[in-house]
Write a protein that binds this ligand. Structure first.
Ligand code: ATP
Length: 239
């Protein structure tokens, strides 16, 4: 579904992503794990088309990001680790704006938004300006704008930052539901337990290089123990 081949990106001559290749299947949840500065955000931004790679190609269902960027981007959704909402807009106005960009029909929009407000327990905050939101509330609104258009490929950077345990559980369940509907998710995180709970496959990245790609069970097998923490630390220890 997603095919990333030999992707590289340097900043001022310093490599952030090195020759990274990855194939994701439809309906898969793939978790990218790695320490600070490993290249997770850069990888997601490259796949989202927000950064241009120095080398490599990215195809989604055969659509080449470089050749057909608009078509490619209409199929993806990206949630950054620092959620951005225009401060003067309310949550509803922001979600409405995004729904307009993706051409969601009014009836479908109303139905989905009502469900999402309930699911994420947003309540009356939906009509308050974003400048009054907590970090967690911003995350909820950003999740709503993503789910209002349900893209085929969902890229999410550090989804649990600033979320309380209840919201984390809702996010986890939402990801699993999306995958069951055939959506493909690429999620970056530092949280090993979260990775273990949702990942069908995971990748460990360090210094811009993928050190491991496989299922959590394969990782545990390599580690020779059930806990994946030890092998994660070993693969990233020279950081
Ligand atoms: P974290 O977990 O801390 O968010 P990360 O794995 O997402 O880290 P990246 O943000 O992708 O890592 O950064 C990878 C490397 O690229 C780091 O060394 C970082 O300093 C560098 N880098 C990222 N963006 C830029 C930029 N715009 N200009 C210069 N260097 C950058």
């Amino acid at each position: 579904m997603l095919s990333v081949r030999n992707l590289s990106k340097n900043f001022d001559g310093i490599p952030a992503v090195k020759n990274l290749s990855l194939e994701l299947k439809k309906g898969e949840i793939f978790v990218l794990l790695g320490p600070n500065g490993a290249g997770k955000t850069t990888t997601l931004k490259l796949i989202a088309g927000l950064l241009h790679p120095d080398t490599g190609e990215i195809l989604l269902d055969g659509i080449d990001l470089k050749k057909e960027p608009v078509k490619y981007k209409s199929l993806i959704g990206y949630v950054p680790d620092e959620p951005f909402i225009y401060n003067k807009l309310t949550g509803r106005e922001f979600i409405n704006f995004v729904a307009g960009l993706f051409g969601i029909k009014k009836q479908e929009y109303d139905k989905r938004l009502t469900e999402l407000i309930k699911k994420f327990e947003i309540g009356n905050w939906i009509d308050e300006p974003a400048e009054t939101y907590s970090h967690g509330m911003k995350q909820k609104i950003v999740m709503c704008q993503l789910l209002i258009h349900e893209p085929e490929l969902i890229l999410i950077d550090e989804p649990l930052v600033g979320l309380d345990p209840k919201m984390s559980k809702i996010v986890r369940e939402t990801f699993i539901e999306l995958a069951q509907k055939g959506k493909t998710l690429l999620v970056s995180t530092h949280t090993l337990s979260f990775a273990r709970q949702i990942a069908q496959r995971l990748g460990i990245i360090n210094k811009g290089e993928l050190k491991f790609v496989g299922t959590p069970e394969e990782l545990a097998r390599i580690a020779g123990r059930e806990d994946i923490e030890e092998i994660y630390l070993k693969l990233t220890e020279e950081n």
